[in-house]
Design a protein around this ligand. Sequence first.
Ligand code: IPD
Length: 270
Amino acid sequence: DRSSAPELLDIAVEVARNAADTAYRMRAEGVSVTATKSTVTDVVTAADRAVERQISDALRRLRPDDAMLGEEYGAAQPGSDAPARVRWIVDPIDGTVNYLYGLPHSAVSIAAEVDGEVVAGVVRNIHTGEEWTATLGGGAWRDGRQLRCSAETDLGQTLVITGFGYDPARRAHQARVVAELIPHVRDIRRLGAAAIDLCLVAEGRADAYYEKGLAAWDQAAGALVAAEAGLRVGGLGGRAPGPDMVIAAPPAIFAPLHDRLVDLDADGGP
Ligand code: IPD
């Protein structure tokens, strides 16, 4: 089966490694902001665009009948007229601001969806080469080691990672949520690349993650890695994880964190 999860993962890994090499090389040659998107802080570098082009060219060559959704160039339809069963969800550089500054926390993220369900994903740190992979039902892995999330049961002992959007009013609201949440948890981190953050939680290098405002490309691969490592991944009020909210937490932490976030109106504001 050419669309089995392991087959799609092999392709994703090969393409992500080449893309990460390009991003690393371009970073060494020097990067600068080439454009801004939603706000002045939402930046694009030449590398974001070049790396997405490289990924889409590679996928088009290897998988001409598949569709793709990418952060920089949006949706691409398959080469043939037949409706695509497989769609690739690509963030060429997640953590663009870290990449711009040379902070070693940005990644290539590639996920493969079959009939609307994410079945394979890879996140590769551009700077360190750390690589996290998962297939649906096949576990989450890093460097040949299977990942298990933390077994934390007390929200008060939970190390939480979160992130902020680019819109100033949204950020102000997110900062108020952080201010209210921090007395109730061990601590809060803002590391700057949602895809990697979800993988760190999958490894137990932090306990839980939440963020409002993520796009599909920020979270598709990382959320599969997190879920396959035993985290409960969801949105608010029983909804699927999406732009309103993504929570990834150990099973015993999900409900208390979720309820705090509801109390704090974490999905409210702009
Ligand atoms: C951003 C990062 C960041 C998160 C933002 C994302 P980008 O993605 O994942 O950690 O807080 O919500 O937009 O712009 O660097 O690809």
